[in-house]
Design a protein around this ligand. Structure first.
Ligand code: C2E
Ligand code: CA
Ligand code: CA
Length: 658
C-alpha cells in the first residue's frame, strides 16, 4: 500500500469525534445558559418591582404619619385603617424612638431589630419577620426568595391555587423609614402578594426550560451514540479481510505498532512472520476456488486460535499470512510454528498441506511494518524450494543482498547500453598437445561505480528477472563479431563457447534466434559453441530437445555444462543429442587422492566416448590433474592451470602469438 493511501486510511480511522461532540455540547450549554439567565432575570425583575412598589408605599405611609403627628396607638390604628383603603398591602405600623424602642403601634406585632437587613438600592431598611413566616431574604443587595418556602406556599390552600387573580403567596416584612424631625422611626409591616397567574407563568416558563434541557440532553446523547457507532463501523470495515471475514493487514499494522512500542518497555521480543501455504494454486485447480477460499478461512481460524491477546495473525494476500508473535528463543518460536502448522494439518483431517515461513526479528521499533513484512518475505523466499528447511530467519546479509539486487536492477539496462559488460575469454587446451584449441566466453561487468564485478554477483539476479536473455544475446553477438573480425584478419580462429541460460528454453524459436544473431556477422556456425546447463532439462523437455536438434542442424556445437554438479542424471545424456560434455570442476576436487574419484572420471569419459561426445574438463588447476586427464583421453582442459579468463586483447596475444 502506498504511504499516501496508508495516511488517508489512518486519518479516517483516527477521525476524532470529540470536536463534533464538544462543539455541540458548547452550543447546547450556551443556549441553556441564555434561557436560564433570562428566566432568573425575569424572576429577579418581578421581585424587585414588587419590593420597590412596597417600599415606596411604606415611605408614603411614614411621610403621612410624620405630617399627621400621631401621638397614640388609637390615632395610629385609625390612620392605618384609612390608609389601607388606598394601600392595601400596608398591614401594621409602629413608631419607635431614637433607641429603636417601639412606642406606638397599630397592631399586635412589632419589628425585631436583630432581623434588620439592608438592601442596597433601596433607601429604607427591611426587617424580616419570624422565620416561620413566608420570608423574603436580602443578600449582598440582591433580593432572593427562599424557594423552598415559596413552594410550600405555592402548594398551600387548595381553594386558592386555581384562582388566577387571587394572590397565592404573601410575603410580609417590616420596612422602616426615619422621620427627619424627632429622630423617630416609622415601621410599616407590608405585604407582597404573588398572584396565581404570576406563579403559573413562572411555572410554565420553568417547565418549558426543563423540557428544553431534557430534549437537548437526549438529542446530545443520541448524536454521540450515533457518532461512536459510525466510528466503530468504519473501524470494522477498515480491518475487514473480505476473503476470511477476519482481520486484515491494516489491523496488524495498527495493533502491531502498539504492541511493539510496549514491547520495548516490557522487554518482550516480537517477530513478524510471513507464512505461506505452498501450491495453493494447484490446490484450487484440484478442488475448486470455493474449497480454496474455505481453506484460507480455516487456516486463518487456526492461526487465530493459537495466538495470545498480545499477538496478531491476519490473512495478507492469496495464501500468505502475517503473524506478529512474541517469543523467548528462536527454537521455541520454530517449535511453536511447527505446532501451528501441525494443527492446521489436523484440522484438514490428514490432507497434506505444505507451508514455508520467513521470520523477521523485530529489534527496531521505528521500522515500518511493511518493510518488516518484506524482510520476512525475503527470508522466506531465500529458502530452497526443494530443501528440508521450511522456516528461514532474516539476516543482515539478506538485506545487503536485497539492496545490491535493487541497485543491479536499476542500472543493468544502462550498463548494457554503455557496454559495461565485457567479454572475457578463458582458453581451453587440448590435453595431449597442450595446445590452445578453444575458449569459453565469460562475462565481466566493469562498472564505473562498483569496479570489477564477477558474474556470480549478477548472473543469478539476471536469471531471476529475465535480463539474462538480453545479456546472453549480447554475449553471442559480441563473440560472433569478434570471430568475424579475426576471420576477416585471416586468423585461424578456435571455437568459442557461449553460455546459454536455461531461461531461453521457454522460446520455441531459440535456435532461429541464435542463428540470426550469429548470421548478422556472417560467421561460420562451427566457430560458435553453445553451453547449456543440465538444469535446462527441468524446463520444457520437448522444447529443449527440439532446440538442441535444430542448433546442431544449423551447425552449432552444443555442450552440456557443469556435468556432475548438482542433479546430474545419466538419462539426460541418453536423451540429448550433444556434442560436448563439460565435466564440472567438482569432479576433480582431490582426485589425486581418491581411487573412487578416478574411477568415476574414467567411466564418465568412457561413456562420453562411446556416445561419440567430446569431453572438456573444467576447473583444472594442477599438473597432476592435467596428466591424469590426458591419460584418460579427455579432449580439452579448461582451468587456471593453463589460463584464467582474460580480456580479448590478452587472448589474442595467446591465441595468435601477436
Ligand atoms: P561456468 O559456465 O561453469 O564457468 C566456469 C567458471 O569457472 C568461470 O567462473 C571460470 O572463471 C571458473 N573457472 C575456470 N577455471 C577455473 C579454475 O581452474 N579454478 C576455479 N576455481 N575456477 C575456474 P566465472 O567466470 O566466475 O563464471 C561463473 C558462472 O557464471 C559461469 O560458470 C556461468 O554459469 C556464469 N556465466 C558467466 N558468464 C556468463 C554469460 O555470459 N552468460 C550466462 N548465462 N552465464 C554466464
Ligand atoms: Ca560454462
Ligand atoms: Ca561450467
Amino acid at each position: 500500500m502506498s504511504s499516501q493511501k496508508e495516511k488517508k486510511i489512518r486519518r479516517l480511522h483516527r477521525k476524532n469525534i470529540w470536536p463534533s461532540m464538544l462543539t455541540l455540547f458548547l452550543f447546547i450549554s450556551a443556549f441553556v445558559f441564555i434561557i436560564c439567565s433570562m428566566f432568573i432575570l425575569s424572576l429577579v425583575n418581578l421581585a424587585t418591582n414588587k419590593l420597590e412598589y412596597t417600599t415606596e408605599n411604606a415611605k408614603m405611609v411614614a411621610q403621612i404619619i410624620e405630617e399627621e403627628n400621631v401621638g397614640s396607638n388609637e390615632e395610629l390604628i385609625q390612620l392605618v385603617k384609612e390608609m389601607q383603603r388606598i394601600l392595601p398591602n400596608v398591614q401594621e405600623v409602629c413608631i419607635s424612638n431614637e433607641e429603636n424602642e417601639v412606642i406606638i403601634k397599630s397592631g399586635s406585632s412589632e419589628p425585631k431589630v436583630e432581623n434588620e437587613l439592608v438592601v442596597t438600592g433601596l433607601d429604607c431598611r427591611i426587617y424580616l419577620l419570624e422565620q416561620s413566616d413566608n420570608t423574603l431574604y436580602a443578600q449582598n443587595g440582591e433580593v432572593k426568595f427562599d424557594t423552598e418556602k415559596m413552594i410550600d406556599v405555592f402548594l398551600a390552600p387548595d381553594d386558592e391555587v386555581y384562582d388566577i387573580d387571587k394572590p397565592l403567596l404573601y410575603l410580609s416584612f417590616w420596612i422602616a423609614s426615619p422621620m427627619d424631625e424627632n429622630h423617630q422611626n416609622v415601621f410599616v409591616k407590608s405585604e407582597i402578594a404573588v398572584k396565581e397567574s404570576e406563579v403559573a407563568s413562572i411555572g410554565i416558563f420553568a417547565i418549558a426550560i426543563i423540557g428544553l434541557v431534557i430534549g437537548f440532553a437526549i438529542y446530545y446523547i443520541v448524536f454521540t451514540i450515533g457518532l461512536i457507532r459510525d466510528q466503530r463501523r468504519l473501524t470494522q470495515l477498515l480491518y475487514l479481510n473480505p476473503v476470511t471475514g477476519g482481520k486484515n493487514w491494516t489491523y496488524l499494522k495498527v495493533k502491531g505498532e502498539k504492541f511493539i512500542r510496549k514491547s520495548f518497555r516490557n522487554k518482550i521480543k516480537y517477530a513478524l512472520i510471513h507464512i505461506r501455504m505452498n501450491k495453493y494454486q494447484s490446490f484450487c485447480t484440484c478442488y475448486g476456488a470455493k474449497e480454496g477460499t474455505d481453506l484460507l478461512e480455516l487456516i486463518y481460524q487456526e492461526l487465530q486460535s493459537k495466538i495470545s491477546k498480545n499477538e496478531v495473525a491476519v490473512h495478507y494476500a492469496r495464501a500468505d499470512y502475517a503473524m506478529l508473535l512474541s517469543y523467548d528463543s528462536k527454537e521455541g518460536l520454530e517449535q511453536r510454528l511447527s505446532n501451528i502448522v501441525a494443527g492446521i494439518g489436523a484440522a484438514r483431517q490428514g490432507r497434506r498441506l505444505d507451508f514455508c515461513a520467513g521470520i523477521y526479528e523485530i529489534n527496531n521499533g521505528k521500522m515500518d511494518m511493511d518493510a518488516m513484512y518484506n524482510n520476512a518475505s525475503i527470508a522466506r523466499s531465500a529458502l530452497h524450494p526443494e530443501g528440508e528447511e521450511w522456516i528461514g530467519w532474516y539476516s543482515q546479509e539478506m538485506q545487503k543482498q536485497q539492496l545490491w539486487e535493487r541497485k543491479v536492477e536499476d542500472t543493468m539496462e544502462e550498463a548494457l547500453q554503455r557496454k559495461e559488460f565485457q567479454v572475457y575469454l578463458q582458453p581451453k587446451y587440448s590435453s595431449r598437445e597442450e595446445k590452445l584449441s578453444g575458449a569459453e566466453a565469460l562475462v565481466r561487468w566493469i562498472s564505473p561505480e562498483e569496479g570489477f564485478v564477477p558474474p556470480n554477483r549478477f548472473i543469478p539476479i539476471f536469471e531471476n528477472n529475465g535480463f539474462i536473455l538480453k545479456l546472453d544475446d549480447y554475449m553471442i553477438s559480441e563473440v560472433a563479431k569478434q570471430q568475424a573480425e579475426w576471420i576477416g584478419e585471416g586468423r585461424k580462429v578456435v571455437p568459442i563457447s557461449v553460455n546459454v541460460s536455461r531461461a531461453h528454453f521457454t522460446k520455441d524459436d531459440l535456435a532461429e534466434h541464435i542463428c540470426g544473431l550469429v548470421d548478422a556477422y556472417q560467421v561460420p556456425h562451427e566457430v560458435i559453441e553453445l553451453e547449456l546447463t543440465e538444469s535446462a532439462f527441468f524446463e520444457d523437455k520437448e522444447v529443449l530437445l527440439e532446440t538442441v536438434r535444430k542448433l546442431r542442424e544449423y551447425g552449432f556445437a552444443v555442450s552440456m555444462d557443469d556435468f556432475g554438479a548438482g542433479y546430474s542424471s545419466l538419462n539426460s545424456l541418453k536423451e540429448l543429442p550433444l556434442d560436448v560434455i563439460k565435466l564440472d570442476a567438482e569432479f576433480f576436487r582431490g582426485i589425486e587422492d581418491t581411487e573412487k574419484g578416478k574411477i568415476i572420471v574414467n567411466e564418465a569419459i568412457c561413456l562420453a566416448k562411446r556416445l561419440d561426445m567430446k569431453i572438456v574438463a573444467e576447473g583444472i588447476e594442477t599438473k597432476e590433474q592435467v596428466d591424469f586427464l590426458a591419460e584418460q583421453g579427455c579432449d580439452l582442459i579448461q582451468g587456471y592451470y593453463f589460463a584464467k579468463p582474460m580480456p580479448i586483447q590478452e587472448f589474442e596475444k595467446k591465441a595468435f602469438n601477436i
